[in-house]
Ligand binder design. Structure first.
Ligand code: NAP
Length: 253
């Protein structure tokens, strides 16, 4: 039996088990299994991997950054992002990867949008993955955080701005807003990281996939923006994880 899993604190919302279950059924891999494994801390990570014979696992909230301390090595993307959402077990060593960044990049490229710059809402692991992808695409970005002090001058020089500055920052046509916060996600569906949109908007990419559309996406559409949800990215990061799991298996034999 080849065992894979998703670890996180609360996983009731997760689509991963269904996604991998359907993949294994499609490929006729009856000896493959993908479980959801809730953990209140990562202290038992190593014993769990060893005793359960885990071949690879995905990592979600809140452990994408904390898990790094438990791994033997990181690939280049995980190192650049500073967050891990996929771990392969290679000759007993735990190797951290980040498939959120390439998945976001590929799904953004698929839109055909031509953003001139981006505002990334949030400063967590997903926000850093988005930043790496934007960097690779040469799209200048600014983080938007709740904890930065508002500065009203030299806006273009700021790398971290406040939510109050969003209307001013959006006055430049072609601005892309990426929601990399959990705000608006089930069950908090009527919340939006930008509760009032009374300014022009070009593009909004909401990493949320449940619900879709989010309130942010609906408000942005009403303000004339093109919008996209996080479902394609979710599928792409899972596909990329599966490729890494297979490559890791291939190196063992
Ligand atoms: P996270 O670390 O829990 O939060 C990200 C950031 O959001 C925080 O650092 C914080 O930034 C901001 N934030 C948190 N709570 C907030 C609140 N109540 N109000 C406003 N801002 C808040 O989460 P993450 O792992 O980066 O993931 C963020 C979101 O992306 C989640 O909803 C996740 O499901 C989604 N995601 C989707 C995919 C996909 O494939 N579609 C992949 C990865 C993640 P500040 O403190 O700086 O404000």
């Amino acid at each position: 039996m080849k065992r894979y899993a998703l670890i996180g604190r609360r996983l009731g919302h997760s689509y991963s088990q269904q996604w991998f279950g359907e993949l294994f059924a499609r490929l006729g891999l009856a000896d493959h299994r993908y479980d959801l494994h809730e953990m209140d801390s990562l202290a038992a990570l190593h014993p769990w991997v060893e005793h359960e014979g885990i071949a690879g696992f995905n990592v979600t909230v809140p452990y994408k950054q904390e898990v790094i301390a438990y791994l033997d090595t990181l690939d280049e993307t995980a190192m650049a992002v500073g967050a891990v959402n996929c771990v392969t077990v290679e000759h007993g060593r735990l190797v951290g990867h980040n498939t959120d960044a390439p998945a976001f990049r590929r799904s953004l490229e698929a839109t055909g949008w031509k953003p001139r710059r981006a505002l990334i809402l949030g400063t967590g692991g997903a926000a850093h993955a988005v930043a790496l992808a934007l960097n690779e695409l040469s799209i200048h970005y600014i983080y938007i955080s709740r904890t930065t002090e508002t500065k009203t001058d030299e806006v273009s020089l700021l790398e971290v701005a406040s939510y109050e500055q969003i209307p001013l920052l959006c006055s430049q046509k072609g601005t892309l807003i990426v929601n990399a916060t959990p705000v608006g996600m089930f069950p908090d569906e009527e919340s939006s990281p930008i509760p009032v949109i009374d300014f022009p908007l070009s593009y909004v990419y909401d990493l949320t996939y449940n619900p879709s559309p989010t309130r942010l996406m609906r408000d942005a559409l009403a303000a004339g923006a093109e919008v996209k949800d996080g479902m394609e990215m979710l599928h792409l990061q899972a596909e990329m994880s599966w490729q890494l799991f297979q490559q890791a298996t291939d190196t063992v034999f």
